[in-house]
Design a protein around this ligand. Structure first.
Ligand SMILES: *Cc1c(COP(=O)(O)O)cnc(C)c1O
Length: 463
């Protein structure tokens, strides 16, 4: 029986003459060699199915071979990193790639990617230049810093500052600020990795000025403040603000450094949203160095921005690690364009998608949800309920943005099955679930995506 089936497998040269093979060859514009390799793999697959007795008699052998080849072909044209429609309402969803770039940033990325550029070439001098110089002036302009540089991400920036200025020496941190961000970034671990010695002071809920004062010794290199981005201590608490430590740091000749995490350049509190410290305010208070992320509240590409004292930044620029942690030209292009929007804060609000989505009002979201619902076919059960969206990215955890959720269910389909199908299809759609219904928050959905979202929803209710 097995032998009979195995004998039915056509030889490769015969399969190559088949109409189906010729069609595949034309459709993918691929070489004969590659397609032949896939054909051989498909034949081996069918052969092993027959040998392992998992072959189903109904299927034609030749058909199965070509089905396997065309599956391999579609996989070849499929990307692993793909577009997702974010229906969760979480603006800086870390798992979904954090910030979406502004149009200006996207344009600049394309310029950097498609042409040669003055990445490390001084056009005025006609000689080698520095990639740090490209971005420094704009960071200075929007933060008021004396100097600045950019590295791979904020985790890298924290590591760099600690290792460059405190390796083998002590860094004083309040126990209330020894945070873990997103599972893989812990202040204590990054400190250990950097070679700096952590000196914890105070307690989880209270740290006083006198704790800092008492902890400083000749071993101390730095006082480090960490913005507790992703959690809040409430109740019986007290912490010392950076501005109250500047004098102490100067007197004792230690560096005062603050890891700001998100690093706001736009004041969202004017919209009643959170109380994130503004980068320029923190620097104006006399902190020597700050670091913050490019792809959190700033709304740009993944990057870590280090800003502050020129004397210290100059040392970082000359450090061996500056090369190790440097960013590429596309990041620099996107970051420069993003930062330019912040020269005028009205412009920032108009151009930066992250800011636009965060301040999007409940009423706008309701209108958008209603507009979308009117496009859906009548079989869907839909309702709108009041709920909250999150900023995300470990930023402003206590801020709940008021929103409306569109709840969808279908009389003939299980919600869980539809949610899974939405995730697995093309374009992938990630939603929330509420009361066993598909829950979509239009805060994070652009009207450009309505058609695609509609197509996907109408499709998953059918399969
Ligand atoms: C997010 C965050 C980091 C890590 O920043 P990445 O840009 O994700 O590397 C470090 N410190 C704080 C306080 C943060 O909030």
């Amino acid at each position: 029986m097995k032998q009979r089936l195995l004998r039915q497998i056509p030889p490769i040269h015969e399969l190559q003459k088949d109409e189906a093979y010729i069609t595949l060859l034309k459709s993918g514009d691929l070489s004969d060699d590659l397609l032949t390799e896939w054909l051989q793999e498909a034949v081996a697959e069918v052969r092993s199915q027959i040998l392992n007795e998992i072959w189903t008699e109904e299927a034609s052998i030749k058909e199965s071979i070509f089905t396997a080849v065309s599956a391999r072909l579609s996989k070849h044209f499929d990307y692993t990193l793909k577009k997702v429609i974010n229906g969760t309402g979480t603006v800086l969803h870390t798992n979904l790639g954090r910030a979406i770039l502004s149009e200006q940033a996207i344009k600049q990325v394309i310029v950097a990617a498609t042409s040669y550029s003055n990445l490390e070439y001084g056009l005025e001098e006609g000689a080698r230049g520095s990639r740090h110089a490209l971005i420094e002036d704009i960071v200075k302009e929007v933060t008021g810093a004396e100097a600045a540089m950019v590295v791979n991400n904020n985790a890298a920036a924290v590591y760099f500052v600690l290792t460059a200025f405190a390796k083998g020496r002590e860094v004083i941190v309040s126990r209330g600020e020894l945070v873990e961000i997103g599972g893989s970034f812990r202040v204590s671990s990054i400190m250990e990795e950097s070679g700096a010695h952590l000196k914890e002071i105070g307690t989880t809920n209270k740290t006083h000025y006198k704790d800092y004062e008492a902890a400083i010794s000749c071993e101390t290199a730095m006082l480090m403040k960490v913005h507790t981005s992703n959690f809040k201590t409430i109740g019986f608490t007290s912490a010392v603000e950076s501005k109250d430590l500047t004098k102490l740091a100067k007197e004792k000749e230690v560096i005062l450094y603050e890891d700001l995490g998100s690093g706001a350049l736009y004041d969202l509190s004017q919209h009643g949203i959170g109380d994130e410290p503004h980068v320029s305010e923190v620097l104006a208070q006399g902190v020597d160095l700050v670091t913050f992320s490019g792809d959190k509240l700033l709304g740009g590409p993944q990057a870590g921005i280090i800003a502050g004292s020129k004397k210290l930044i100059d040392r970082l620029k000359k450090h061996q690690l500056a090369r190790v942690l440097r960013v590429d030209k596309m990041t620099l292009a996107a970051l420069e364009a993003t930062l330019k929007s912040y020269i005028d804060s009205n412009t920032a609000l108009k151009e930066i998608p992250t800011l636009k989505m965060i301040v999007k009002s409940k009423e706008e979201i309701k209108q958008e949800s209603e507009q979308f619902t009117s496009m859906l076919s009548k079989e869907w059960n839909s309702e709108l309920i009041e709920d909250f969206s999150m900023v995300g990215g470990g930023t402003m955890p206590d801020v709940q943005l008021e929103t409306w959720l569109l709840l969808l269910s279908h009389p003939n389909k299980k919600t869980q099955e539809m949610i899974e199908a939405l995730r697995l299809g093309e374009t992938a759609v990630v939603t929330r679930v509420k009361d066993d219904k598909i829950a979509i928050d239009f805060r994070t959905i652009s009207s450009n995506d309505y058609d695609e979202l509609l197509t996907r929803l109408e499709l998953v209710k059918e399969v």
